[in-house]
Design a protein around this ligand. Sequence first.
Ligand code: BES
Ligand code: MN
Ligand code: ZN
Length: 508
Amino acid sequence: MDISVEQGGIQQTAADCVIVNLFEGVRKPAGATGAVDKALGGRIQELIALGDCQGEMGKTTLLHTFGAIPAPRVLVVGLGAREDFDLQAARNAAARAIKKAGEIGCKRVATIVHGGGIGGLDLEDAAQAVVEASMLESYRMPRQASEEEPSKRVDELLIVEFNPDHIPAIERGAGRGRIIAESVMMARDLAATPSNIATPTFIAEAARQMANEVGLHCRILEREDMEALGMNILLAVAKGSDEPPKFVILEHNRERADELDTVVFVGKGVTFDTGGYSLKVANPGMVWKMKYDMTGAADVIAALRAAALLDTPLHVVGLAPLCENMISGRAQKPGDVYRGMTGKTMEVISTDAEGRMILADALAYAGQYENARAVIDLATLTGAISIALGPKAAGLFTEDEALRDRLLAAAEATGERLWPMPMYEEYMEDIKSDFADVKNSTSPAKYQGVSTSAKFLQHFTEGYPWAHLDIANMAWAQKARPLYPKGATAFGVRLLVQFLRDWGEQGA
Ligand code: BES
Ligand code: MN
Ligand code: ZN
């Protein structure tokens, strides 16, 4: 989607459709909506009086203009009650409006910045919200079909603002929004691409190419490099596959690592999860969607892209361990014991608890960044988080209160919700092993599955503040929500970018 910002009156803009808005309870619209109403001879007020246009949150009313203004259509989108209005409401309104405009076949659409006027939002943030929402709502997953699907989406979005003094802030916000949305879409594309194409090698190459384009430092560890580092827990998962594992290391501001705060992101990158010898049942366990078991890795790669393009004043490191969880004569087996990079050992109870295994060595590697102020991992780690929370909020696990508060603030600001989960010491009892330091699952695994997984990870974190986000319930939308069409969501990218922004602005 092309984004541009224009100064002018939206009632004069040439487009397939112009989008204006209305708060609940407003009888006589002002501002841009008022200007369009006036140009239409009071038609919007008539619809309000009729009760057909009430400003309910996200509800759209379509008007045809029959030559009264250059655009043949006007969409009035409801912003809901003024006292409830916030950035999330602006995003929802923008998403609902662009979706409707796409459905009725509009290609070139003009909109105002919702909440920029009487809404009272910061104009730059509001413009960012409108662009992010419009782009992310219009996202379609890549297809390898021989025929193009008829596209029902808007190609061109003009953001129109009457006051020339407001243009610079809107341009800054729209620019940020575009960078962030494009990063999210990169992660969605990777997550949605089938695992026969999106192999560890493919994803590592995509990361390398992106790094070259945006100026990130990139290093990719091969199997031999990981062997030399003693990452035997990670390598155990990769053993069953013919696809070689890769370990992507992206760095933003590497040359200023000494003077800037270091933040490390780690993402689970299992390109397909069969379960290994602890094979998943065919349904609903091992479904085609298990290709998205690398969403954490994709999110981290995408967040690093955004950090580079937004010139974040921090040293940001992204670690993406990538491998495939398969079966073969070389594959790991239940009962195997492996010693990882920290020197600690673990016993395999389930080869299907592979995510925590690859993260164990990635978190050990994160310990190499001596002045890391925060290490945050993202993983589609457990089915149990879905049972606990449903597709409403990702699970947040941390014992660091400051880090928890920062993450919750970023979640609140972006609408990518997190919910704190317990890290009681008792969970550790359940993963004590008779043969090694820890085991990768309780048996049976049915209960306590979420927190024992976090406790397992914690065992391999040393010397830095750490938080774990279980995004298994959020990474693939079964049902469309505003900003998240059905399918790969790349949940977490916007959250991480906001986290970096707040840290960059507020400091440690
Ligand atoms: N990738 C899965 C978790 C998952 C399940 C993600 C459903 C998305 C949707 C993970 O590797 C896994 O298999 N977890 C097991 C752990 C168990 C064996 C301890 C699970 O949750 O069942
Ligand atoms: Mn698994
Ligand atoms: Zn998995």
